[in-house]
Design a protein around this ligand. Sequence first.
Ligand code: GLV
Ligand code: MN
Ligand code: MN
Length: 412
Amino acid sequence: MSSSARSAAGFRRLWSDLQDLGRDPGTGGYRRFAWSAEDAALREWFAGAVAARGLDLVVDRNGNQWAWWGDPDAAAAAGRPGVVVGSHLDSVPDGGAFDGPLGVVSALVAVEMLRESGFTPQRPIGVVNMVDEEGARFGVACAGSRLLTGVLHPDRARGLTDADGLSMATAMRSAGQDPSHLGRDSETLARIGAFVELHIEQGRLLADAEKDTPVAVGSDIWPHGRWRFDVPGEANHAGTTRLEDREDAMLGFAAAVIAARRSAKAHGCVATVGKVAVTPGGVNAIPSAVSGWLDARGADADAVRRVVAEVEEVTGEFGGRLAEESWTPTTAFDPSLVRRLATRLGGVPVIGTGAGHDAGIFANAGLRTAMLFVRNPTGVSHSPAEWATEADCAAGIDALHEVLLDLAGGVA
Ligand code: GLV
Ligand code: MN
Ligand code: MN
């Protein structure tokens, strides 16, 4: 069997396990939120998949799952820390099948192919399932990598709440993970000599490229962040309150949303308000409070900050406030690693992205990090329309296999 045929067969086998897990039959999208029952099933699936491949599972203090081939501590002590591949299994609300799981499944298949070929790694190889990458439940994206690298304070993480008011600490405890140990984890970080995250492309650069190229290497991530803005109002009857007597929080919210769009256009950025909470939330009651969440990104960090400042100003005109929930600065992946991978993969394109990833958090923490992107013919992501062909997924696995052959320095 050719390499592509083996990777396609390995992909099909593992991919089919995941198709129904956490899928909403109505929308066809996935709802796989951190520390939920669906997440527990995915973590169990991961544990089973790595055990079946003879890898040793370690769960770090923050709940990230690491599967090792070789002893990562002995190797780190000897100055040869491991090569880690993988991604995340959680999703946004009604997310696609590929954002996250493609990287985990590809990593498992690539490692399986190496093991079957009799490859002897000169460094340990790790496969990771990072926890809570999307931040869909508790609001902070890449919570697992931010905690691990110390960017997110453990007290803040423990106190984050979901839409039902349940704290992350409580949710973790219910899932059997002790939240008292959260925080920067030097022992786990010391095991990582290089991290390469394979991911579905969340745009159409590869699909629109003249040359037929299913895989690219990532170069950088736009600076981006999330902000919450709260607009106050006064609840009253929708039928009996004269327009001039109203304190309608929705008007300030709407003005802030329009300002975000206008300002993003003016400053060459993108801005999204994709989540809103209205109090009291009755059709026939004037809103007494509206909270919105702004996601703003762009190539230039100062321009992103200007967009946020303008939204804050408009929110303030309506008596509201805006507060930062997370910020990721401009992220550049390790230039020499990027060059090395692009060359090793036969001169594939090197592309940037506006999407956030755990790989970005690791890169900003000083780890040697890069990404691979697999072509997405729809260009759509964070939606059930996200897509990659089986042939392109197999090409991604072959590329990851090649990267491991190179970085783990063995003799095939
Ligand atoms: C994660 O996918 C993000 O870019 O928000
Ligand atoms: Mn995502
Ligand atoms: Mn992702």
